[in-house]
Design a protein around this ligand. Structure first.
Ligand SMILES: [Zn+2]
Ligand SMILES: [Zn+2]
Length: 295
C-alpha cells in the first residue's frame, strides 16, 4: 500500500510562507492499494490538489470521512471528479440519528454557502453510513469505530494484504485519564490501532499547550505517543497540525516526539511527521507506485 499525504493541517487551512514545508491544506490522505484501487481518507482542502493528480479516466472513487467538521469536508466541493459525469463516487461517513449523511453534508454544499447543490453535481455520488462491521473495497478490509472527539467521529483501520494503516486524525483518548495506566478495553481506538504498521494520529498540541485545550477533541504529544506505545504501532505519523504551528515549530515538535519515543524504549525512526505530498510505502505496493520518499 502507498500512503500519500495531501493535507495534514487541522481545524482550518493555514497557508503562508512559514508553512511551506508541512503545508496548509486540511486533512486528506490517499491510499493506493496493492490492487491499484484508490481510497481517500477525508476530504479537507487537500483533496482538491489530489483530484488534479488522479488519472482523468479513473471512474470509481471511494472516500472515507471520519466526521463532518469543516476541515474534513471543505475540499469536497472543489474535488474535480465531482464535476465529471463519468465519476462514480462513494462517500462513507459516520451515521447520526439526527439526519442522513447526505443531508448533513448538504448543509455545506447548498445555498447560501455554496453555488452548487448536491443534487446538481454531475457525477454519480452516493452517501453511505460506514457499516458497523468490517467491509471490503478493492481487495482491502476496512473497519470503522467511533472514537473520542467532539460529535460523531470515526477512526478507520484498513488492511491491504500484509499492511495495516490506522487513521484517527481527530482524537483525544487521554481526556480526563492517564493513558499509561488505563485498561486497554477502556482506551478509545485501541482495537482499531492495535499493532498497525502505520498509525496516522492526531498530535495537535505540545504538552505545554494542552492545558486550556482539554475537551477540544485533540491530543498533546505525550498522549499521542502513549497511545501509540500502548497499541504497539510499528510506525506513527504525527498528523492534524495546529494552524498556528509553523515549519520551525513542527520541526521542534517532531524532535521532541522522537526523543520521548526513545525514552519510552522505542526507535525514534518510528516517529514521522506528516508533510504534504510525502509518501510512505507499506507492504506490497502497486507496480506503478513512485519511489518511496522519506517523511
Ligand atoms: Zn479536524
Ligand atoms: Zn474534528
Amino acid at each position: 500500500m502507498r500512503v500519500r499525504v495531501w493535507g495534514a493541517r487541522g481545524s482550518v487551512p493555514a497557508p503562508g510562507p512559514e508553512m511551506n514545508r508541512y503545508g496548509g491544506n486540511t486533512s486528506c490522505v490517499e491510499l493506493t492499494l496493492a490492487s491499484g484501487e484508490t481510497l481517500i481518507l477525508d476530504a479537507g482542502t487537500g483533496i482538491r490538489t489530489l483530484g488534479f493528480s488522479l488519472p482523468p479516466d479513473l471512474a470509481r472513487i471511494n472516500i472515507l470521512l471520519t466526521h463532518l467538521h469543516l476541515d474534513h469536508i471543505q475540499g469536497l466541493m472543489f474535488f474535480p471528479p465531482c464535476f465529471r459525469t463519468e465519476s462514480i463516487i462513494r462517500i462513507f461517513g459516520p451515521s447520526s440519528p439526527e439526519a442522513s449523511l447526505e443531508a448533513r453534508i448538504a448543509r455545506y454544499i447548498s445555498a447560501p454557502l455554496s453555488p452548487v447543490e448536491v443534487r446538481e453535481l454531475p457525477c454519480d455520488v452516493s452517501f453511505l453510513d460506514a457499516p458497523a462491521t468490517e467491509w471490503e473495497i478493492g481487495g482491502c478490509t476496512i473497519r470503522a469505530e467511533a472514537v473520542t472527539h467532539r460529535g460523531p467521529t470515526l477512526g478507520y483501520r484498513i488492511t491491504d494484504r500484509d499492511a495495516t494503516v490506522c487513521y484517527i486524525p481527530d482524537h483525544e483518548p487521554g481526556l480526563g485519564t492517564d493513558l499509561a495506566e488505563l485498561g486497554s478495553e477502556w482506551i478509545s481506538g485501541f482495537d482499531l490501532a492495535r499493532e498497525a504498521d502505520l498509525l496516522i494520529h492526531d498530535c495537535q498540541y505540545t504538552d505545554e499547550e494542552y492545558p486550556g485545550h482539554e475537551g477540544w477533541g485533540h491530543s498533546p504529544v505525550n498522549d499521542t505517543l502513549t497511545f501509540a506505545s500502548r497499541v504497539g504501532a510499528r510506525r506513527t505519523l504525527l498528523f492534524h497540525h495546529d494552524p498556528l504551528h509553523t515549519d520551525g515549530f513542527l520541526d521542534d515538535l517532531h524532535r521532541t516526539a522522537r526523543r520521548r519515543w526513545g525514552e519510552l524504549g522505542g526507535d525514534p525512526e518510528q516517529i514521522a511527521i506528516a508533510a504534504e505530498r510525502a509518501e510512505i510505502a507499506i507492504g506490497a505496493v502497486p507496480a506503478s507506485a513512485p519511489a518511496r520518499l522519506a517523511v
